[in-house]
Design a protein around this ligand. Sequence first.
Ligand code: ZN
Length: 295
Amino acid sequence: MRSTLTKSSLCLSAFFCLITPAFAADPLNLLLIDGQNNHDWKRTTPVLKSFLEKSGRFTVDVATSPPAKAEGSAWDAFRPDFSNYQVVLSNYNGELWPKPVQKALEEYVSGGGGLVIVHAANNAFPNWPEFNRMIGLGWRGAGFGDRVTVDDKGSVVRTAKGEGPGAGHGAQHEFSVVTRDRQHPVMMGLPIEWMHAKDELYHGQRGPAADMHLLATAYSTKSTGGTDAHEPMVWWIPFGKGKVFTTVMGHGDYSMKCVGFQTIVARGCEWVATDKVTLPIPKSFPTADKSLSVE
Ligand code: ZN
């Protein structure tokens, strides 16, 4: 009798081991911000929320701003309490936030909070200097700041403001993403090169790019309307005690369904929040020749 009991409790624990994520840590609280974007945020926010929650590592709250040109008082209610969250993810590209919200985000990140910027979120707030420092490079004109690319030998090249192209992108297409820092916790174990689902390949991003750590690039071909340069796709920047992690991938919901995109964003969120990455790289991952998307 005793041995039967032991056996069934063993089975039970094995069962729970199977359904419980590999880490025992409490989920991280993540705040996703949307509400204005020249992109279809009503379609992309659910994709972001879904894969982050499915990872088992996050609980996701969404703070939606008032719509564009809302009455002044509509913004009074938009006061996200960043201090409740270990990571803030911006899917927002719209009107400048009220001063108290700007200040709250600056204090949150400089105090050690994590901020993650996806695609057009780096188009926002050109006139907010601290935001430009946080993101390093944004969708700005050539005269705004430096440009960063990588040459064929893998060396980082800075182009001074005013020289070369400003922000843009060619026709959407699938493109190859090259890992540039294989030792970084988010990138460790990723293929050196993998095929990303159809997306816009941003080029000519501009900004102060101070303390910028470049993690991945993509080659922008002339034939798709690009720049003939290896353009930054993923990078991070320290801001006070906090970290800001950016990927310019993620134009459409179809781009965000890419397993590579989801892996990098989820691991990036975990890393800015905890300084560590426990989320695994999926066994099925895009290869150098073939993209891979999930519903
Ligand atoms: Zn876009």
